[in-house]
Design a protein around this ligand. Structure first.
Ligand code: PEP
Ligand code: MG
Length: 593
């Protein structure tokens, strides 16, 4: 790794979740993988060999890229270490032994590889020679990279052994990694890749911790245990800060804590503008540890329950009863408020080890969400049965993700109808009138909103995907972040169209994407007529405060005007300027970084 100077280093990335964290770095990609024994069928051994060869090839390409990057940044000598890594991958003995063990013992590729790797490391470690010891470190390092390619999303990190409070530093954090983090004391997330609506950002917000993403080379510039300050408002990470910087940030943290204390006073007051327009503020929900948080921040229900997290990091699918218990628990905990359960949104970047899907060129445009559920009706039916049964115990609604038009809505409702009939035959209780809504997150859905509104009980606009698909900008990519413009006129027009169609048909519209938790953008949405918002629980007090500090008549006017502008930047600047003029307290302290 390149040597660092003893001065503090300031890294700039994307501000993905607000707040300040101070603590030690934990480099995730440097932790060991847990590789369990896996046997394969005789006809699968060739596939395992091919997977292994592909992983080795991809690792070589990856190392080559890192080498070039380092060479360009700090010069040739520091990059030499990667030549040693490449040599490990060219070691015919090691490679052949792995293949032989796959073929003769019918082992899964990652298991065979880790067995051979451990044997090599064991031999090296016994030899008292500095050069050999270094080789052992190289083998371990390369081994991790190969395993990452082999295990991909299904890799499990040994978080259980972690005790202290840490700042996770990683190239990326997959949704399945993120799930394992709910039970840990994570202070913050720092990653090389990812944008404002990447799942890491969503998880960070739901944990209420700051995140700076898209730093590009954070994992190269930060070492394990480095002391970091993460400023999630400004998108800045300071490595090895000076004592003076630390003092400054301790003061800032105190100010934020005071501010947060003050906005918590609004917990029990309604989200109502100065001139009496009332909106509903609900919580997005991913995991069960969050119920106390949801209540603490005064959410008026769950506007989006992302159920896919429930399916992750396990080898089997959750049973109907398991799901029923989970949905029922939250329905009872939130009653009389509504809990909107979203049916499975798998695909894209969220995969399961229990459902093997063919690899797609562009998974976000592939068999994702409702499409996958329609292709796998048994999985869908099991979930629908669980949701319907939970609807007997609270105010439960169902919504379908990624609907592109009435055809898919009808197909999904058809399956729902069959599930209801079967439950009736079995004498199982459910709410016959359970509302069924549609997420509007595909431009085609917004364009056919008038049709959809006739067949749906409510709409929930998923701005994270709606922006991605409207502007053709990958929501996960830090490189595309500059093009990801929530205020883009095309996005606002689709949203306005959706709201008008819903209101014409007499149904309500919510927004459950990240746009809802940005005070400036949320005001545009309110001005366009949105009835409710759903966001990470910790964002609720701030948005409530924003709603309570403006007049709806003003906001409506500003939004109308914003729709006449030409770019997302113009819209945000215009709105910020108007809000500053209209309300002295709107941007006091943390509302705008
Ligand atoms: C969205 O797309 O805005 C949304 C809320 O869904 P997700 O972020 O889970 O895709
Ligand atoms: Mg979505």
């Amino acid at each position: 790794m390149p040597k660092k100077s003893n001065k503090e280093i300031v890294l700039k990335g994307i501000a993905a979740a607000p707040g300040i964290a101070m603590g030690h770095a934990f480099l995730m990609d440097q932790q060991d993988f847990i590789v369990t024994e896996r046997l394969v069928l005789a006809e699968e051994v060739q596939i395992e060999v091919a997977r292994f060869e592909e992983a080795v090839l991809n690792t070589k390409i990856e190392i080559q890229l890192v080498k070039e990057k380092i060479a360009a940044k700090v010069g040739g000598p520091d990059a030499q270490i990667f030549d040693a890594h490449l040599l490990v991958l060219e070691d015919a003995m090691l490679i052949d032994e792995v293949k032989k063990r796959i073929l003769s013992e019918k082992l899964g590729a990652e298991f065979a590889f880790s067995q051979v790797l451990n044997r090599y490391v064991g031999i090296f470690d016994k030899i008292e020679d500095e050069y050999i010891k270094e080789r052992s470190a190289d083998v371990t390092d390369v081994g991790r990279r190969v395993l990452k390619h082999l295990m991909g999303e299904s890799r499990l990190h040994d978080f259980e052994s972690l005790l202290g409070e840490i700042i996770i530093v990683s190239h990326d954090i997959s949704p399945s990694d993120a799930v394992t983090m709910y039970s840990k004391k994570i202070l913050s997330f720092v990653t090389d890749v990812g944008g404002r609506t990447a799942h890491t950002a969503i998880i960070a917000k739901s944990l209420g911790v700051p995140a700076v993403l898209g730093l590009q080379d954070a994992t190269l510039r930060i070492s394990n245990q480095d002391y970091l300050i993460v400023d999630g408002r400004k998108g800045v990470v300071i490595v090895d800060p000076t004592e003076e910087t630390k003092r400054l940030y301790i003061k800032e943290k105190t100010k934020i804590a005071q501010y947060e204390g003050s906005i918590m006073n609004t917990r029990d007051v309604p989200a109502q503008t100065l001139d009496g327009r009332r909106v509903t503020l609900m919580a997005n929900f991913e995991m069960h540890g969050e119920i106390p948080g949801v209540k603490k921040y005064g959410a008026e229900g769950i506007g989006l329950y992302r159920t896919e997290f429930f399916y992750m990091n396990r080898l089997d699918l959750p049973t109907e009863d398991e799901q029923y218990e989970a949905y029922r628990t939250i329905a009872e905990a939130m009653a009389p408020h509504q809990v909107i359960i979203r049916s499975l949104d798998l695909g894209g970047d969220k995969f399961l080890s229990s459902i093997q899907l063919p690899k797609e060129m562009t998974p976000f445009l592939g068999s994702r969400a409702i499409r996958l559920c329609l292709e796998e009706p048994e999985i869908f039916r099991t979930q629908l049965r669980a949701i319907l049964r939970a609807s007997a115990h609270g105010n439960v609604a169902l919504m379908y993700p990624m609907i592109a038009g009435p055809g898919e809505l009808r197909a999904a409702n058809n399956i729902l109808k069959g599930v209801k009939e079967r439950l009736r035959e079995q004498g199982l209780q459910f709410n016959e009138k359970m509302p069924v809504g549609v997420m509007i997150e595909v431009p085609a859905a917004a364009m056919t909103a008038d049709r959809l509104a006739k067949e749906a009980d409510f709409f929930s606009i998923g701005t994270n995907d709606l922006i991605q698909y409207t502007l053709a900008v990958d929501r996960m990519s830090e490189k595309m972040a500059q093009f990801y413009e929530p205020g883009h006129p095309a996005v606002l027009r689709l949203i306005r169209r959706t709201i008008n169609a819903a209101h014409d048909a007499g149904i309500k519209v919510s927004v459950c994407g990240e746009m809802a938790s940005d005070p400036t953008l949320a005001m545009i949405l309110m001005g366009l007529g949105v009835d409710s918002f759903s966001m990470s629980p910790s964002s609720i007090p701030q948005i409530k405060r924003s709603v309570r500090s403006v007049k709806f008549a003003d906001i409506e006017e500003f939004s109308k005007e914003a729709l006449r502008l030409s770019t997302g930047l113009e819209v945000e600047e215009y709105m910020t300027g108007q809000l500053k003029k209209a309300s002295a307290e709107f941007y006091s302290y943390e509302a705008k970084p």
